[in-house]
Design a protein around this ligand. Structure first.
Ligand SMILES: Cc1cc2nc3c(=O)[nH]c(=O)nc-3n(C[C@H](O)[C@H](O)[C@H](O)COP(=O)(O)OP(=O)(O)OC[C@H]3O[C@@H](n4cnc5c(N)ncnc54)[C@H](O)[C@@H]3O)c2cc1C
Length: 437
């Protein structure tokens, strides 16, 4: 989550109806079953078979690829969305239970606005589905000092009409007695922010996309190659070739593997441990009616968490980057040390949870750019291909804005944001400014 803030070539012949399988509610909320069921609707891959006729192929059905495919489809384009394992699968960065949406962005005007605009689209998606995509828990940032930067950030938000409230430590202690505010000077509460249900929201969106005629396949793409000025086709690990006019690679933490020369260590995945604790039976103080999502800026590691949403337990994690992490090869088990550390933090800030049982845990990965900015740019050698990623632990909330931005960019109707360019991203280790946290 939260992060300290950052600063056709090919279309040959008619499109094969890979699938326009009807999408049932079971598909939409059925976890990996979504991709599996849909993939099952497609013909078995034949060796070196070639499909064509797509305006766009989007590789990667995480939050960025899903919103990009959805936006291009809404603009009348024929889009095929691919993912090696399925939409928002368990090991993707978008595959968790919850992601925070907040507009408190340390005064960064672009991300503040994008988060606010995205919230409206998340609400709209939530309204279109039975199960919630968004829980309006509110979001509370707690700061060790009252600074001018906090007031600048509040002013930017107020100018956009975002409800926001600055609260003293004494005021917060009265409202949320289950939190110990020692060492905290001030809080910023954003009552209309909260928790996006990460995996569910992406799968719901992909379901809409397929229902509206978009193509979706479980398909693992080999690192693309072309000696020409554009990419003609991509090849799957099974040898099958897919063609389209344009390609978008939204492969999150896998981007360095697909583009070792172009992306390489401009994006470094890091291990992030996530914990869910079980409150005592009948203790409702940690449910969303009584506790907002929160970020503790006073903690060195920037702890953050969510109330007990949909009975999963009280969620807590550290925003500090863990060690470099390979999304393909590592077992996803938290360490005893990480659990001990998080319990020590709970003992200080949420004392009544420190000894409660661990209900569940997850290990995910951030896909960090050097400065925390998104990385969205045209491939330097192929005029018809774009790279989209660098969510860096704060990207999820911006999915709708990213989808719109990428669609504008690839259709030539938008202006490129200089901070997102490949050239603006250093290789990690080269005077790296860790804009995350
Ligand atoms: C623990 C944790 C907490 C976070 N908290 C927040 C938060 O609170 N708020 C927030 O806004 N953001 C948060 N983030 C960040 C956010 O979740 C990510 O920035 C975002 O999900 C990245 O999405 P993505 O689409 O770029 O990548 P992904 O979701 O990883 O999607 C990439 C997809 O590409 C597919 N792919 C890769 N290679 C291939 C290939 N060769 N062929 C086919 N498919 C391929 C993968 O299977 C994957 O599904 C958090 C991240 C983590 C890990």
């Amino acid at each position: 989550m939260p992060q300290r803030d950052p600063g056709s070539t090919g279309g040959e012949g008619p499109a094969t109806a890979i699938f326009e399988a009807p999408v049932s509610r079971r598909h939409l909320i059925g976890g990996l079953a979504t991709a599996g069921a849909l993939a099952g609707a497609s013909p078995a891959p034949a060796k070196a078979r070639t499909f064509g006729g797509w305006d766009f192929i989007v590789v990667g059905a995480g939050v960025f690829g899903a919103w990009t495919a959805w936006n291009l489809q809404r603009r009348g384009h024929k889009v095929l969305l691919l993912d090696a394992w399925g939409a928002a699968h368990a090991r993707s960065s978008s595959g968790g239970e919850t992601r925070l949406i907040r507009t408190e962005y340390a005064g960064n005007a672009l991300y503040t606005r994008w988060a606010w605009e995205s919230l409206a689209e998340w609400h709209a998606l939530s309204r279109r589905h039975d199960s919630p995509v968004f829980h309006e828990t509110g979001a509370l940032y707690i700061y060790p000092e009252d600074t001018a930067q906090i007031d600048r950030s509040i002013a930017i938000q107020r100018a956009l009409g975002i409800p926001i409230e600055k609260i003293t430590a004494a005021g917060m202690a009265r409202r949320w007695p289950q939190i110990n505010f020692d060492g905290i000077a001030v809080g910023v509460m954003q009552p209309t922010m909260g928790a996006l249900t990460a995996r569910r929201s992406v799968q719901a969106l992909v379901g809409e996309f397929v229902k509206a005629g978009g193509g979706f396949r479980q398909f693992a793409v080999d690192p693309p190659r072309s000696e020409r000025a554009s990419l003609e086709a991509i090849t799957g690990t099974g040898g099958e070739t897919l063609r389209a006019d344009r390609f978008i690679f939204a492969c999150g933490p896998w981007l360095p593997k697909l583009f070792p020369d172009v992306v390489g260590a401009r994006i470094v995945p890091t291990r992030q441990d996530v914990f869910f604790f079980a409150p005592a039976a009948g203790d409702t103080r940690f449910e969303s009616a009584h506790l907002p999502a929160w970020v503790d800026v006073s903690s060195k590691d920037l702890h953050y968490g969510f109330p007990d949403i949909e009975a999963r337990g009280f969620k807590i994690a550290l925003d500090a980057h863990g060690p470099a992490f390979d999304p393909d090869t590592t077992d996803r088990r938290i360490t005893d040390q990480a659990l001990a550390d998080v319990r020590a933090y709970l003992a200080r800030r949420f004392p009544d949870l420190a000894k409660r049982p661990l209900a569940e845990s997850r290990v995910c990965q951030y896909e960090n750019s050097d400065n925390g900015h998104l990385l969205i740019d045209r491939h330097p050698a192929w005029a018809n291909s774009w790279i989209v990623g660098g969510g860096s632990g704060h990207g999820f909330k911006h999915g709708p804005a990213v989808g719109r931005y990428v669609a504008d960019l690839v259709l030539g109707t938008g202006k490129a944001e200089p901070d997102f360019a490949l050239a603006a991203h250093k290789v990690h280790g080269e005077a790296m400014d860790d804009g995350n946290g």
